[in-house]
Design a binder for this molecule. Structure first.
Ligand code: FES
Length: 177
């Protein structure tokens, strides 16, 4: 009973309030879980699209700067630059670059690739993928899309499984200049 007699909370009112508060908390929790499911703090997919600095940071030749972290090599030739995915096309091991021989050698079953990603020997059935690249117009950095891959059909030649280089140096898999 209240002091002036115009307000009174009964036991029933109290337990009703507690009940409604519980329902509201449950619904709030569900709504929050729903939100977190559809809008997580970590955007897993975004990790497959990433920046690797400006083109001027890559001198002619091979850069292994992103091999461990992002599974790509960056290659600059006299015409421009491309990002090659450092995954062996046989069973997915990570090949190593041997600068003295100018080849990639896969430690698992011995596949050999040249700097352009062509297969020179071993069981690999296809060339290295190249990832799509473009320049961010705001900061001038290279954006790599790891999921968007170039995978042209190789031709069997006496030198191995090759693809005409000019056909690979096209947008969005090649940055001219
Ligand atoms: S995984 Fe590279 S040769 Fe088998």
């Amino acid at each position: 009973m209240s002091n002036n007699g115009d307000e009174k909370i009964t036991r029933r009112d109290f337990f009703s309030l507690v009940g409604w508060a519980g329902i509201a908390a449950t619904m709030g929790g569900s709504a929050f879980s729903f939100y977190k499911y559809y809008f997580p703090n970590v955007l897993y997919e975004s990790q497959k699209v990433f920046k690797i600095g400006k083109p001027s940071e890559y001198p002619p030749g091979l850069s292994e700067r992103w091999k461990k972290e992002r599974q790509i090599w960056v290659v600059r030739n006299e015409r421009g630059l491309y990002a090659m995915i450092s995954i062996c096309r046989h069973l997915g091991c990570t090949p190593n670059w041997f600068s003295d021989k100018k080849v990639f050698l896969c430690p698992c079953h011995g596949s050999i690739y040249d700097l352009a990603g062509n297969v020179l020997g071993g069981p690999a059935p296809r060339l290295f993928w190249r990832a799509a690249v473009k320049i961010d117009p705001v900061d001038g950095q290279i954006i790599v899309d790891f999921n968007h891959r170039q995978d042209p059909d190789p031709v069997s030649t006496e030198n191995g499984l090759m693809v005409e280089e000019a056909s690979r140096e096209v947008e969005p898999f090649f940055l001219k200049g």
